[in-house]
Design a protein around this ligand. Sequence first.
Ligand code: F6R
Length: 242
Amino acid sequence: MKIEFFDTPELLAQTVASSIIDFVIAKPNAVLCMASGDTPRLTNKYIVEAAKKNRIDFSRVQFVSLDEWVGIPPSNTGSCYYFLNETIFEPLNIPTTNIHFFNSTAGNLSVECERINQIVEDLNGIDIILVGIGMNGHIGFNEPGVSPDLFAHVINLDPITLQTGQKYFSETAAIQKGITLGISRIMQSPLAILLATGSKKAAIIKKTLEENISNAVPASFIRKHANAFVMLDREAASLLNK
Ligand code: F6R
């Protein structure tokens, strides 16, 4: 794992966006998996701007879902799908056949997990996984206490996630569980990028990078990834031992 520091969230987002664009130029049928949430919004904006300006062909890129709130349909503005559709899929005209998202309203969520696991296998894995970090150290919806051996699974959301998660919804959402790719899938991807910006992430970033690697802070497992990048703006890095 490597840590990279940026003066501003803009510089961080520009760098990540360029890496994604360069990867897609080199591999037009890349398989990408991207978090939703506040952190990647700027990165996604720069990806779209660069793709349009330089006419980068995203028509063969495949997108795999990282996570979704169980029971929340894609039409809900707080869903993970809605965010990615608004910031990436629609602006880049991604064919729906190239979008492989968790259906979190499926009757049988175990079958849904197997469906996504199989899709990832059929795609020969995910090339790049881009994750954010929750206030409790989750990545995807791999909540504190999660087994690092899991692939796609359903999980009870941690109280901190239940509380902070409401920020995405226009009305109070009845969220309790998440469906997510597991730590094993993140560890298997040849490139994993964790983004964190802002002072509110400083304490959890310190725990992630300086305390023991354990499921108490699921993001800490990324330190075992041979090709992971933790990209931090100055504020998110502000509590790290220099
Ligand atoms: C969302 C996801 C979450 C978020 C994390 C940070 O798809 O996987 O793990 O990345 O909760 O969210 P923000 O960026 O809103 O602080």
